[in-house]
Design a binder for this molecule. Structure first.
Ligand SMILES: [Mg+2]
Ligand SMILES: [Zn+2]
Length: 241
């Protein structure tokens, strides 16, 4: 049987759909209190609801290198996604994240004492690699999407080395309609990952976007070739969908 085609908005998280100044921009503890401050950027809930009404599935594709660096753990990421999802009225269909980092170094150039050495390597999921997209595509064909895992939040169970154990929720099996799908993010690696995967890449100036776009452009080893730029995801959704 031929699977139906599903158009998807692949969404970067921090700086694109939620503010980057909460749990993941902070060194403060306890994390649970900081995480509870996670909140969507103004207007994003309404915009994402509109996108859903237009038939898009919404999937978060997020680098969470803070897990490898030992700044927070995988369970914190699920808790943060849960808080965000509640504030978005449950609009997000799937959550994918990469817990790895290539060097494990913090901004000060040092690897912290509680870094997770088993998560520090060149993985195939950290954007601009496309592993998270491929995982989502395969899951969707099988009628599932990776989702918030309550066991990880309540029992602090982590599945760092066996990602297949992370909770998946049931959806209608489908193929990704790449021509009509988008990857939206505030960093070059977001845009590049979307282009490499074969969906339409969108650069947004929210979050770190403005600095990234102007000041970090020349430092990129590889730049995407074809993309559109918007002030934020609200403008993109209003003008393109
Ligand atoms: Mg971001
Ligand atoms: Zn990874």
């Amino acid at each position: 049987m031929e699977l139906v085609k599903q158009k998807i908005l692949f969404l970067d998280r921090d700086g694109t759909i939620c503010y980057d100044d909460g749990a993941f921009g902070s060194e403060k503890f306890p994390y649970r209190e900081v995480i509870e401050k996670t909140r969507p950027i103004e207007g994003v809930k309404e915009s994402l609801r509109y996108a859903k009404e237009k038939g898009y599935m919404l999937v978060v594709i997020s680098n969470q290198a803070g897990i490898a660096k030992g700044r927070f753990d995988e369970c914190d990421t699920h808790y943060s996604n849960k808080i965000l999802q509640e504030k978005l009225d449950g609009l997000i269909d799937g959550f994918y994240y990469c817990p790895h980092h290539t060097s494990g170094k913090n901004n000060n150039g040092k690897i912290s004492a509680n870094a997770k050495m088993n998560l520090i390597f060149h993985c195939d999921c950290r954007k601009p690699e496309i592993g998270m997209f491929v995982q989502c595509e395969n899951d969707l064909k099988n009628g599932t999407l990776q989702y918030i895992d309550e066991r990880m939040i309540n029992e602090k169970t982590a599945y760092e080395e066996d990602r297949s154990k992370i909770y998946r929720k049931s959806v209608v099996p489908a193929m990704v309609d790449k021509d009509n799908s988008y990857m939206i993010g505030d960093k070059w690696l977001d845009v590049l990952s979307g282009e490499r995967y074969g969906v339409n890449p969108i650069f947004v100036m929210s979050g770190e976007g403005e600095v990234e776009y102007k000041e970090k452009r020349d430092k990129q080893k590889v730049l995407p070739t074809k993309y559109e730029v918007f002030n934020d995801i609200n403008q993109f959704i209003r003008e393109r969908l």
